[in-house]
Design a protein around this ligand. Structure first.
Ligand code: C2E
Ligand code: MG
Ligand code: MG
Ligand code: MG
Length: 276
C-alpha cells in the first residue's frame, strides 16, 4: 500500500517537475546566448535633484528582450545569471555600456553621473577592479561620474569587501549602498566601509503621504539624520507622487528617483526627453 502511494505521488508530480526543470534549463541556455544575439538592453532611469528637480544622472537598469517571452524583468533573470556565473560577463557588459552611454551624454551635459548595480557575485571574481578600470578607460569618463551601487549583502558576505571597496574608491568612483533598510547592515558597517551615499529602499517610500508626524515619515526622517551624520548623501527611490517628493525635500534628502519623474527608458528616449 505504501509503495503504491509513493508510486502515485511520483506519477503525479514528476511531469510538473520535469517541465519546471526544462524551463529553467532552457532559460539558462537562452540567457547564455542573449548577449551574442543582442537581446540585452540597458535602460536608464533619471535621478533628479530634490530641490531643483534638475537631472543629475541616471541609474542603468538591464532589460532582456526574450524572443518568445517578451520583456523579461531583471528580478527574474539576475538571480539566474548569478547562480550560473553569467553575471560576470553580463556585469562587465553593463559597466562598459553604461559608461559609453554616459560618455555620449557628457558631450553636451558633462555634469551627469551614471549609477550601475553590482551583484555580490561580481565581488568574487578575481579582477573586478580591472573590469571597472577598463570601462572607465574605454569610455573616457571621469571616475567620479561613475557610481557603483552595492547591496548590504556585499558588506556582510564578501571576505575582503573592505579592501575591494577601498581599491574602487582609489580609482575615484563613488559607492552607493542600494536598497538601504532591507538588509542587515549595522551602524558599524555604515561607518567602516568607504561609502559615498545611501539609497533608501522604495518600500520605505510606500507609506509616505507627507503627514508630518506619520510613522513612515518619522522613519525616513531618522534615516536622513543617520546618513547625514555619517557624511552620506541620500537618494530616495520609488518616489511616485508630489507629496512624497515634497516630504523628502523638506527633510533634506538630496536626490529623488521614481515614476513621478520617469520610468526607466531606452537611451534614445531618455536623450530626447531630458537632454535636448
Ligand atoms: P534596484 O537597483 O533597487 O533598482 C530600482 C528598481 O525600482 C528598478 O526595477 C526600477 O524600475 C524600480 N523603480 C524605480 N522607480 C520606481 C517607482 O517609482 N515605483 C516602483 N514601483 N518601482 C520603481 P528594475 O529595473 O525592475 O530592476 C530590479 C532590480 O534588478 C534592481 O533593483 C537591481 O537590483 C537589479 N538590476 C537591474 N539591472 C541590473 C544590472 O545591470 N546588474 C545587476 N547586478 N542588477 C540589476
Ligand atoms: Mg540600484
Ligand atoms: Mg535600489
Ligand atoms: Mg530597491
Amino acid at each position: 500500500y505504501h509503495a503504491k502511494r509513493t508510486g502515485t505521488h511520483v506519477a503525479t508530480y514528476q511531469p510538473d517537475l520535469l517541465r519546471q526543470d526544462t524551463a529553467v534549463i532552457s532559460l539558462e541556455a537562452d540567457l547564455y546566448r542573449a548577449q551574442e544575439r543582442g537581446e540585452l538592453e540597458l535602460f536608464h532611469q533619471p535621478i533628479v535633484h530634490a530641490q531643483t528637480r534638475a537631472l543629475v544622472g541616471t541609474e542603468a537598469l538591464i532589460r532582456w528582450h526574450h524572443p518568445r517571452l517578451g520583456l523579461v524583468s531583471p528580478a527574474q533573470f539576475i538571480p539566474l545569471a548569478e547562480s550560473t556565473g553569467l553575471i560576470l560577463t553580463i556585469g562587465a557588459w553593463v559597466l562598459r555600456q553604461a559608461c559609453m552611454h554616459l560618455a555620449e551624454w557628457h558631450r553636451t551635459h558633462p555634469h551627469l553621473s551614471v549609477s550601475v548595480n553590482l551583484s555580490p557575485r561580481q565581488f568574487w571574481q578575481p579582477d573586478l577592479i580591472g573590469t571597472v578600470r577598463d570601462a572607465l578607460e574605454v569610455s573616457g569618463i571621469p571616475p567620479e561620474a561613475l557610481i557603483l551601487e552595492i547591496t548590504e549583502g556585499v558588506l556582510m558576505d564578501i571576505p575582503d569587501a573592505e579592501a575591494t571597496l577601498r581599491a574602487l574608491r582609489d580609482l575615484g568612483v563613488r559607492l552607493a549602498l542600494d536598497d538601504f533598510g532591507t538588509g542587515y547592515s549595522s551602524l558599524s558597517y555604515l561607518r567602516r566601509f568607504p561609502l559615498t551615499s545611501l539609497k533608501i529602499d522604495r518600500s520605505f517610500m510606500d507609506g509616505v503621504t507627507g503627514d508630518d508626524q506619520g510613522t513612515p515619515e518619522n522613519v525616513v526622517r531618522a534615516v536622513m539624520l543617520l546618513a547625514h551624520a555619517l557624511g552620506l548623501s541620500v537618494t530616495s527611490e520609488g518616489v511616485e507622487n508630489e507629496a512624497q517628493a515634497n516630504f523628502i525635500r523638506s527633510v533634506n534628502g538630496e536626490l529623488l528617483q521614481g515614476y513621478l519623474f520617469s520610468r526607466p527608458l531606452p537611451v534614445q528616449d531618455l536623450t530626447d526627453t531630458f537632454l535636448r
